[in-house]
Write a protein that binds this ligand. Structure first.
Ligand code: FES
Ligand code: FES
Length: 152
């Protein structure tokens, strides 16, 4: 069946079963590969995208949940919070291998949309589901703070 939603500002109509993971639709049907597959079980955060502005794990979200909603991936992250996060990531050279980083950035941007001035605890809580095997956590925390300051 066809499922309609908006992806990065563009209307999409996807022919998929309702329980197809949103991640497969994004990567395989719509060919946007910036969103990564890690665990497939909502444990690593590599697949994080925004659904109506909230960070979700697209590997365990059925595409039906996106019906008539707005999905944003790393390729379309142009909100002021998203731009501030991307700039801070670049300034502080956060990325190591890069595999986890689109998920990290999506979670950080969603955090700043909900909380303009997050404490260390807020950052740790919001980012705790995003695993980085290269252990870039210290730079990630710094970059989230820098992004928040640049938006203040
Ligand atoms: S791939 Fe979705 S949380 Fe790991
Ligand atoms: S930068 Fe390598 S897994 Fe995070």
């Amino acid at each position: 069946m066809s499922i309609n939603f908006k992806l990065n500002g563009v209307d999409q109509s996807v022919d998929a079963t309702e329980d197809t993971p949103l991640l497969w639709v994004i990567r395989d049907h719509l060919k946007l590969t910036g969103t990564k597959f890690g665990c497939g079980m909502a444990l690593c955060g590599a697949c994080t995208v925004h659904l109506d502005g909230q960070a979700i794990r697209s590997c365990v979200t059925p595409v039906a949940a996106a019906k008539d909603k707005t999905v944003t991936t790393i390729e379309g992250l142009n909100s002021k919070q998203g731009q501030a996060v991307k700039q801070a990531w670049e300034d502080l050279a956060v990325v190591q291998c890069g595999y986890c980083q689109s998920g990290q950035i999506m979670s950080a941007a969603a955090l700043l949309s909900n909380n303009a001035s997050p404490s260390d605890d807020d950052i740790n809580t919001a980012m705790s589901g995003n695993i980085c095997r290269c252990s870039t956590y210290v730079r990630i925390r710094k970059a989230v703070k820098q992004a928040a300051e640049s938006l203040a």
